[in-house]
Design a protein around this ligand. Structure first.
Ligand SMILES: Cc1ncc(COP(=O)(O)O)c(C=O)c1O
Length: 383
């Protein structure tokens, strides 16, 4: 089947209703002649910071750069260990390795796709300098417990919020055993703004997607923000004066202008993602060999990801494909295969990598297309 009836994403459909506003925003940038950084990027940085409730937002070329620059801006590098999740996109551990630090992988919490704080605590060494939790699929990592650990041991916390722009910390504790009081203090705060630094991706398929690569670093720390601004521009604040080795990671003005068009729609898109996720939950709850996402009230459903039991994932994905339903596996492997160090065993992460399957879920999916997915899945799983 060449073109699926229900694609895993539908970027043209997402952009269609915005087309006139996007065209106008792009025209504004073209007319201004300022194609990189400049007023459009500054305006987006202000609007994004305000939306998130962060003091500083620094527009960058990608979420990967946001992670690398976050690590550099916090002074992390050779000799440092950074404890992170083995179950994420490659960029998470790639960034740690790119700055010369060592990713230390520990297992996920039971029933969750995010780090187990007990496993993190057990992996601490005198070289541990930072924790790098990932808010995978748009749901919160157990930051309350991780922040408590970080405070006790003097560690920095970098949130990989690449998939979670707009999500908030949940009102009840998810995937961790910290006391509810800590979670309560964080409840409602936007993910990415809770640790020392947050890294965000605006890759076009993200909940808030640009028209190409784009990313952002968010922080309340003015020094970190200032250093990140230098790092994105070859370590330079003044032309031809370079204080440190940096990167070319300046955000383009067209990306910023497009993101400014989209940002005011994000909360409505999130509501629709949640409504559709609840429809999947209701329609699939009775099926065998399938575990639904353990939803928190913070989840923004960047992905709606099931676990398929008994080694049936390949068969289920193939059955759906035959019926015109696209699916995706985020992620088929765990990250320790690319370097770094493992502490303890990664049984839950490996089980996740072997069983996860993401279904189509996006604001313009619509109930009719979603029903095709539901019917196909019920047929394939014999519901
Ligand atoms: C968890 C995670 N971290 C980091 C990144 C990197 O973001 P970007 O693709 O914008 O470089 C991604 C992007 O897919 C991601 O999903």
């Amino acid at each position: 089947m060449s073109v699926p009836l229900v694609p895993i994403l539908d970027v043209p459909a997402e952009l269609a209703p915005l087309r006139a506003d996007l065209d106008a925003a792009i025209a504004r940038v073209l007319d201004s002649g300022q194609l990189i950084l400049g007023p459009e990027v500054e305006a987006f940085e202000r609007e994004a910071a305000e939306y998130l409730g962060a003091r500083h937002a620094v527009g960058l070329n990608s979420g990967t750069d946001a992670l690398v620059i976050a690590l550099r801006a916090l002074g992390l590098g050779p000799g440092d260990e950074v404890i992170t999740s083995p179950f994420s996109f490659f960029a998470t551990s790639e960034a740690i390795q790119l700055v010369g630090a060592v990713p230390v992988f520990v297992d996920l919490a039971e029933g969750a796709f995010t780090l187990d704080p007990d496993a993190v605590a057990a992996a601490l060494t005198p070289r541990t300098a930072a924790l790098l939790p990932v808010h995978l699929y748009g749901d919160a990592a157990p930051l309350a417990a991780l922040l408590a650990l970080a405070e006790r041991h003097g560690l920095r916390v970098i949130e990989d919020a690449a998939q979670a722009f707009g999500a908030r910390y949940p009102t009840r504790c998810i995937g961790c055993r910290c006391d509810g009081g800590q979670s309560g203090a964080l409840a409602g705060r936007r993910l990415g703004t809770i640790g020392d630094v947050g890294a965000v991706s605006f890759y076009p398929t993200k909940n808030l997607g640009a028209l190409g690569d784009a990313g952002m670093l968010v922080t309340d720390d003015a020094d970190v923000a200032a250093f990140a601004r230098r790092l994105r521009n070859h370590g330079s604040e003044r032309r031809y004066e370079h204080e440190t080795l940096g990167y070319n990671s300046r955000l383009g003005a067209i990306q910023a202008a497009a993101l400014r068009v989209k940002l005011p729609h994000l909360d409505a898109w999130t509501r629709e993602r949640r409504r559709l996720a609840a429809r999947y939950d209701d329609a699939l709850a009775d099926l065998r060999d399938l575990t639904l996402p353990a939803a928190s009230d913070a989840h923004v459903y960047h992905q709606y990801t099931l676990r398929i039991a008994n080694g049936r994932r390949t068969e289920v994905a193939a059955g759906l494909a035959e019926r015109g339903i696209a699916t995706s596996v985020h992620y088929p492997n765990t990250l320790e295969r690319y370097g770094g160090r493992v502490h303890g065993d990664l049984t839950r992460a490996h089980a996740a990598a072997a069983s996860v399957l993401s279904l189509p879920l996006y604001p313009r999916l619509g109930e009719a297309r979603q029903d095709l997915v539901i019917d196909a899945l019920r047929e394939v799983l014999g519901g």
